[in-house]
Design a protein around this ligand. Structure first.
Ligand SMILES: Cc1cc2nc3c(=O)[nH]c(=O)nc-3n(C[C@H](O)[C@H](O)[C@H](O)COP(=O)(O)OP(=O)(O)OC[C@H]3O[C@@H](n4cnc5c(N)ncnc54)[C@H](O)[C@@H]3O)c2cc1C
Length: 566
């Protein structure tokens, strides 16, 4: 039975994720090599010992998946399963950058010399190597020096191996980025991507493969699987809270920060990734206190940390599908049938972009066609033609951001001018950016491409003409609508689905129909007492980051008022 010994005896060694691996099928020799290596290198390197080629290859695969580094691999020449040269050949597929040495008896020096060509061997060492100071250490020192000079940056974080035109691959990247999980991307077509897929035993057609920091491969994981495995909380720790916040955009994060900091047992439930629409913004320039602008990801990642610091629970990948009134408790239900209860609820579910219907768009979504901005794809637009649909600030920001990479950016708008829908500062900047053009009175009537978007058909609505243009990237920023159908029959909404609150529920000053209390609803309170709404999901809201955050804070103040009178 083969054994693998991983000696990590000092704190420094445990910290170090760089290994020297030695493989020898003779246990006594294996132990002796490891002992001598440890004596000189144990402080700085992890000495990993295997007593068979298969155990050695297993160890290399595990280390590869964990993102560990391997500086030197030393193999005995005469081993029954695979000889040392064959072993090193396979080891090279996993760690091509590791330096390689063969341990040989005098009789095998011919084989060792051959190996210099076959596996690009760096050294061969004759057994026995006593005294190691003269025969072993100078060789290993030279191998380590050579390795240190090469590219050996550690990759401890989550790794995603996917295909650039696979829709799920880009969704996974977007999900990790928006949840602030550091990851490194590998194309399945590149050598290192293929090495990782082989090490994970996942070289089939299913992509992406995500390798967690612990080295576990996940093939085409769902968002919920991914969240659970990369350390994002998905399950509530309690059955009952003072406050449940539904939605993790600026309004929800604002509510969670104020709720938790003011002592309320608060849980925030987000269906995808915290940040909401703001998390997709490349640069927010009109948020108070950031004169030079701030990226939405930065702003919302700080807010999330702030909420966690004050003790709010933040659950991701949990979609809320129902709200129920149970006496004084408010029950929030999840898609899997589970639920949590609380005294109060703040609805902060914002808005989402409406799907555009034109032949070809659905098939190419995630493969060149994106709803909202896929900032992770921005660098891939380098030197290519980008189209953006939408006339609001979100589209303007995206145009400016993508123009830094793209050859050309064309903004398509239905109306005759941007002035009605976009802030003046963005219109001026767009006009000053030579590679951005604006096509007014235009709509998309078709998209085509094999693996990826290749062309768009545009209709000029003023003249009734159509034109097909080459296009590799299309971002759609139109028709934001609230996704509040799950509130139907429980909470009053307007004709477009926005949640009606406060004075809008009782325009004439009379109590709303079915309202059970003597007082009128508080300002952000919905038609259900104790259920509040904040941010873009509210009817007549301002659709701005600052107002969403402000409403989140204000809703918490009203929650306190409600709880005092409960
Ligand atoms: C690209 C872009 C750029 C922008 N730039 C600016 C700017 O520069 N300045 C500015 O002031 N505003 C800007 N805006 C607008 C601003 O981002 C929004 O007004 C703000 O994000 C609204 O916050 P919110 O929390 O109300 O909703 P959202 O940000 O929409 O967040 C709602 C959250 O609720 C979650 N959710 C929805 N339904 C459920 C459910 N059933 N269960 C669980 N979770 C759910 C969603 O996944 C989402 O994360 C921009 C918007 C975009 C898209």
């Amino acid at each position: 039975m083969s054994t693998l010994t991983d000696q990590a005896t000092t704190a420094r060694v445990t910290e170090s994720r760089t290994a020297i691996l030695t493989v020898d099928d003779d246990p006594a020799v294996s132990r002796a090599v490891a002992r001598d290596l440890r004596r000189r290198y144990g402080e700085r390197y992890r000495i990993v010992r295997a007593e068979s080629p298969s155990a050695g290859l297993d160890a290399l695969r595990q280390m590869k998946l964990r993102g560990d580094l391997v500086a030197v691999i030393m193999a005995d020449y005469r081993m029954p399963e695979l000889n040392g040269i064959e072993f090193l050949e396979q080891a090279m597929d996993i760690y091509p950058g590791a330096r390689r040495a063969l341990l040989t008896a005098y009789a095998d020096t011919g084989a060792a010399i051959d190996a210099i060509n076959v596996v690009d061997l760096d050294h061969y060492l004759l057994k026995p190597w006593d005294p190691p100071e003269e025969k072993l250490y100078p060789v290993v020192d030279a191998l380590l020096d050579a390795w240190l000079e090469s590219d050996h940056r550690p990759v401890p974080e989550t790794k995603v191996i996917g295909h650039r035109w696979s829709a799920r691959s880009s969704e996974v990247r977007e999900f990790l980025a928006r949840n602030q999980v550091p990851y490194r991307w590998y194309s399945s077509e590149d050598a290192e991507g293929q090495r990782l897929l082989a090490a994970a035993g996942a070289d089939g057609p299913s992509l992406p493969v995500v390798i967690t920091p612990d080295g576990d491969p996940l093939v085409e994981p769902t968002d919920a699987e991914l969240a659970a495995r990369v350390g994002l909380a998905t399950t509530p720790s309690k059955d009952f809270y003072d406050l449940i916040v539904v939605g993790g955009g600026p309004a929800g994060l604002g509510a969670a920060v104020y709720g938790a900091s003011e002592g309320l047992r608060t849980v925030l439930v987000e269906q995808l990734a915290t940040g909401g629409q703001a998390g997709q913004s490349s640069r927010i320039e009109n948020y108070l206190g950031f004169p030079d602008g701030v990226s939405g990801a930065q702003l919302t990642s700080r807010a999330r940390r702030q909420a966690a610091k004050f003790g709010a629970e933040v659950l991701t990948t949990r979609e809320v599908t129902g709200l129920q009134v149970r006496g004084s408790a408010r029950r929030v239900k999840f898609a899997d049938g589970s639920f949590i209860d609380a005294h109060t609820v703040i609805l902060a579910t914002g808005v989402s972009y409406r799907k555009v219907h034109a032949p070809g768009l659905d098939e190419l979504t995630g493969r060149g066609v994106y709803y909202g901005s896929a900032l992770t794809e921005a660098s891939a637009c380098a030197g290519q033609d980008v189209y953006i649909v939408g006339g609001a600030n979100s589209a303007g920001q995206a145009a400016l951001y993508l123009s830094r990479h793209a050859k050309s950016v064309t903004l398509l708008i239905r109306g005759p001018a941007l002035e009605k829908s976009m802030s003046y500062y963005l219109i001026t900047r767009i006009a000053d950016t030579p590679n951005i053009s604006v096509r007014t009175c235009t709509e998309i009537i078709g998209a085509s491409g094999q693996d990826h978007l290749e062309s768009l058909t545009l209709r000029d609505t003023a003249h009734g003409t159509a034109e097909t243009v080459p296009a590799q990237w299309l971002y759609l920023f139109i028709g934001a609508e609230p996704l509040t159908d799950w509130l139907d029959g429980v909470v009053a909404r307007d004709a477009r689905g926005f949640v009606v609150a406060g004075p809008d529920l009782s325009p004439g000053g009379e109590r709303p129909r079915g309202w059970p209390l003597d007082r009128l609803p508080y300002h952000l309170e919905t038609s259900v007492p104790g259920v509040f709404v904040a941010g873009d999901a509210r009817a007549e809201s301002a659709k701005r980051v600052a107002s969403a955050v402000g409403e989140g804070a204000m809703a918490v103040m009203l929650v306190h008022r409600y709880l005092e009178k409960l």
